[in-house]
Design a protein around this ligand. Sequence first.
Ligand code: PEP
Ligand code: MN
Length: 646
Amino acid sequence: MENNIAYQTMIVILKQGITAQEKEKVKSFLTERGFIVREIKGEQETVLGAVGMAHVDPREVEILPGVASVVPISKPYKLASRELKKEDTIVKVGNVSIGGNRVAIIAGPCACECRSQIMEIAASVREAGAVILRGGAFKPRTSPYSFQGLGEEGLRYLREAGDKYGMPVTTEVVSPRDVEMMKSYIDMFQIGARNMQNFELLKEVGKTGMPVLLKRGLSATIEEWLMAAEYLMANGTDQVVLCERGIRTFEKATRNTLDCSAIPVVQKLTHLPVIGDPSHATGIRDMVSPMALALVAAGASGIMVEVHNHPEKALSDGPQSLYPSQFEKLVRDIQALCPVVGKSLESAPRIIPASITDESAGETVHESNNVIAFQGERGAFSELAVRRTFDEDVKVLPCKSFRDTFEAVNKGKARYAVLPVENTLGGTIFDTLDLLGAYPGLTVVGEQQIRIIHNLIVNPGTKIEDIKKVYSHPQGLAQCQEFLNTELKNARQEPFFDTAGSVSYIKETGDMTAAAIAGAPAAAYNKMEILKSGIETNPRNYTRFYVLSREENAEAFKSQFTSDIASLLFSVSDESGALFRVLQILSDHGLNMKKLESRPIPGKPWEYSFFVEVEMKDEEEFRKTLKLLREKTVSLRVLGTFKGAH
Ligand code: PEP
Ligand code: MN
């Protein structure tokens, strides 16, 4: 090869209407000239990433049919860079997804020490909420006299534990010669900090195309770390998860220094998910949980922590391993933190609707199996709740009204619907409850909670001093009064039927004197500008949603979780103490009541039905109690039993 041929990389942006043949031609044009070509489908555009020891004049590519434009990539890492791919990459490890708005928890011992140890730890971390199991079989130890791991035997135990408790597994690979053998045991390779720049190892692991957890080297810069990811990607995998695990500094109080700011820095530079390992970063048990929370607060897509059933007897890294009870508390804290940072805890697995044809609804709707309905326009808060509950690849069906949303599920046009039931500031959303009463064939299968963050959204270029009108749902306006009364005193407030709808409305009118108040996804979907974020008066603004489905689709969703909440609708006879007697049964059977609402019964003036949510410990027991409740009520319907989100 001639010396003047340097590495060339470019992004080829394709036209919207490009035909399959044209696309193939562009690809073969590039591969024939020595480029590795990756196709990246985004929501807005499809691009080809081309990397190679080759050279073509970009103008030659630009004139090919179907090509919109060609842009060179300026960063030294190419396939890993955000320049190439704007959307977050979601890495699939078995049935677990890492990236996007999820927080995935990987836990397990530093090393697999024996079968019973990994089995016991797997059971407890799974129960607490871990979704991926870790455990080293090849341990790169500082001293050759320390425990080196069980090798292949350890992998066998790890696999068995993962299978038994329904978790994909990850473990460190230290030698290129083990890669082939390890493939059949594990779901994700781990490249340790000491091997981050072991390029021969990176090449071999990259070739497998499998997911890889790439730890940051002890003294690696962020750029060197991303170049290591580039090695993996250039060799064939696009499933790389980065892991910040602390770096060497002059500080000796902790084993390493956790570089928390690496999380947002890396997220700017790459589309790959980045997680944190507070165990190796701190080396001290008591420091692990606070740093895990700091990582999640910084925006990490997950954490990896060491947990041991008997840390004091651990063969490696005992002092930094959490006791199972500490781990359980940590997961609960992370769960509470998630909605604050716009994330939700990854549960294994998020539902992936099976591809079946739904003919039972009368109308045959082939697409209905992975369609999720919500009320509002694209980018609405309800759509955000859908995205936090289901896989990215589900299709969404925006519906005009709450009733239309119920109808969509009832008729089989959508398999599930996500509807708000309660807001921490506005209270219960009765439309949803009343419609649940009116659709006996639909049932609650789950719930979701999101934090409501309001934004001042404008047509790009509008300045705050230009704004004369502010559009939003009356709730949106009400929740931002403090901001509106101080910073937009002279602007008129215009109530609109929907928050996301107010954004598309000002976009359509192109009004440069108008603003809308809505969630960030509504701005992104409409390509509008956010002038100010977080303008709500009270930050403790959360909305809880129900996930609904027809009875026959309930199990597919629920079977992944143990239900701990029951939602009931009942009416009692009009006599003194009737409601009291029902509540007495709940109390006698240890069913902690979380919510009680009364609703007028349509067509029966001054008669009421009651809506109750109770916490249940055991579904079996609860079913027995139901028999007693039926005796004391005129009508009783279980709207659903499901796993609570808080
Ligand atoms: C580990 O995760 O067990 C490990 C050895 O970590 P690191 O490579 O970050 O030191
Ligand atoms: Mn360790």
